[in-house]
Design a protein around this ligand. Structure first.
Ligand code: KG4
Ligand code: ZN
Length: 342
């Protein structure tokens, strides 16, 4: 029975979790409010906040999990991708704990964590998980990918964005409308009160299973510039309709390639992952598409959509079982988008 402490510090959330096998014993998170007034994550401030948060967050995770440090079998951490200064805090802390208790250190790729979050179990809660091979639509602030998952440690990236991530497009929309950061949840909320057919934006024309979101971002920028020139209060009067229309277009772009990937591979086990998987319309549309196409759709629980250490812990468990440990001089990698090999 492996008991693993996992630490996630890739961006602006400091999180620690304890798992016993697939079962989650605790998952503690400290979000950083400091970035809100800058309209985006400030890397230097993020690493300082991680430094302040990490000890209390880990201590609380152990306490809530009812586990002492001596009972741990391994210490896991996010090696990348992410902000280097932020990753360094989690990496160094994990190393310190591993050395102190003389137990193995396990590096985890953040994206694998998002994908494998469907395997986290909670005592007393009904559990459903995708069967291999499944397709993961991974949608976050830094990545947008369609991944064929053959096994816990066997990933094939079938398509990815050639420019911006879909989460960036959500955040940019919120920024252009003056709505605050992070923008995704705000756009999601306002879109519920708007008309998605009010406006149309330029859709990408990319072959295969790749994505592109820079064109639609620019299309929104010029659209707003032109409309504001005609009517200075255009944004204020139309923000709900703009959010609903822009969100609808983003989701259509996402779904089009996902449907194509399912047709090409014949895989109907479809799992959503990453920060944008909290989006209510995306969840609903994927579920509807699933009913229509005979897919088995897996939506992550809300608390496992944004960055959290529980997903790092579950990904680490499968590495632990194979003895895939990291050397003590392992260094974080800020760009680690290719994780197809263990
Ligand atoms: O996975 P995540 O927490 O961090 C990265 O690894 O990037 O994803 C953060 C992204 C942000 O762009 C945020 O705006 C977006 O997820 N997001 C959402 C929603 N909640 C978070 N986007 C759309 N709708 C949401 N409800
Ligand atoms: Zn993430």
């Amino acid at each position: 029975m492996a008991t693993i402490l996992a630490i996630e510090s890739s961006c602006d959330d400091t999180s620690a979790a304890v798992l016993r096998e697939e079962y989650l014993l605790s998952n503690v998170m400290a979000s950083q409010e400091v970035h809100k007034k800058y309209g985006g994550v400030v890397p230097e401030l993020a690493s300082r906040a991680h430094q302040q948060n990490i000890l209390p967050v880990v201590a609380q995770a152990l306490e809530e999990g009812g586990v002492t440090i001596g009972e741990l079998d391994a210490v896991a951490f996010t090696r990348g991708p992410g902000l280097l200064g932020s990753l360094l805090v989690g990496t160094s802390f994990a190393k310190g704990v591993a050395i102190a208790i003389g137990k193995p250190l396990i590096e985890v790729n953040h994206l694998q964590g998002h994908i494998l979050s469907h395997f986290i179990r909670i005592e007393g809660r009904e559990h459903r998980e995708p069967k291999f091979p499944f397709l993961s639509l991974l949608v976050s602030g830094g990545h947008t990918q369609i991944v064929r998952v053959n096994d816990y440690l066997d990933f094939e990236i079938l398509g990815h964005t050639i420019d911006d991530a879909v989460g960036e497009a959500f955040d940019k929309c919120a920024k252009l409308l003056g709505l605050g950061y992070p923008g995704g949840p705000i756009v999601d909320r306002l879109a519920k009160e708007g008309d998605p057919s009010a406006f149309r934006f330029a859709k990408p024309n990319i072959s295969g299973l790749d994505y592109s979101f820079s064109g639609i971002k620019t299309s929104l920028l010029y659209f707003l510039r032109d409309k504001k020139a005609e009517n200075p209060s255009f944004i204020e009067e139309n923000k709900r309709n703009i959010c609903a229309s822009f969100q609808r277009d983003l989701i259509e772009i996402l779904l089009k390639k996902l449907i194509l990937a399912s047709k090409q591979t014949g895989i109907r086990e479809i799992a959503l992952g990453g920060g944008v998987s909290a989006n209510s319309e995306l969840r609903e549309r994927i579920s509807l598409e699933g009913e229509k196409r005979g897919w088995n759709v897996f939506l992550p629980e809300f608390k496992f959509t944004t960055d959290n250490a529980a997903m790092i812990g579950i990904a680490a468990l499968y590495r632990y079982r194979k003895g895939l440990f990291s050397p003590i001089d392992v260094a974080p990698i800020s760009r680690a988008a290719d994780y197809s090999q263990p």
